[in-house]
Design a protein around this ligand. Sequence first.
Ligand code: FAD
Length: 144
Amino acid sequence: MSFVRLIYASRATAEFQPSSIQSILQSARKNNQQNAVTGLLCFNQRGFLQCLEGKRADVNRTFQRILRDPRHESVEIISYQYTEKREFESWNMGYLQNNQVMRELLMRNTGSTEFLPLTLIPEDALAILKDVRNMIEDILQEEA
Ligand code: FAD
């Protein structure tokens, strides 16, 4: 069965408050599980980079809801591809701290230590998402 993988970037608005993280997490966990949408949302105080994978209609419907959310703006699709295999087996969210590990991850994948999601090309966007996914999986394995 074919899936689609949508990657987009956006900028946080003043409506994106610390409490928004919990509310986005709750909605996304509930909806994405129901719709079999997987992926990863990377963010810092200023911007978002998200990958959504699943059946085309489910990914499109999810993205249309996200597009209307006033907690972000300047939403730009970076890539939209068909794939036979998901890269992300579950849905997760990762806060990109401005620390040495994250600066090295960004430098390795983009040539800059700054997280600038709206400037990313598709290959670099997916590379960041995969590296953050691996970091999250390592942390979860250590905790298990
Ligand atoms: P519910 O989950 O039942 O309720 C929506 C909840 O969101 C309520 O608690 C409400 O208080 C809160 N809420 C909505 N808008 C605001 C606002 N402006 N300020 C404060 N609280 C608000 N949704 C997904 O389903 N999957 C995703 O992967 C996903 N990723 C997101 C990524 C980003 C960057 C952002 C900004 C939002 C994302 N969302 C995601 C949330 C999405 O935009 C919708 O808010 C959500 O899907 C609505 O879900 P629902 O209709 O089931 O409502």
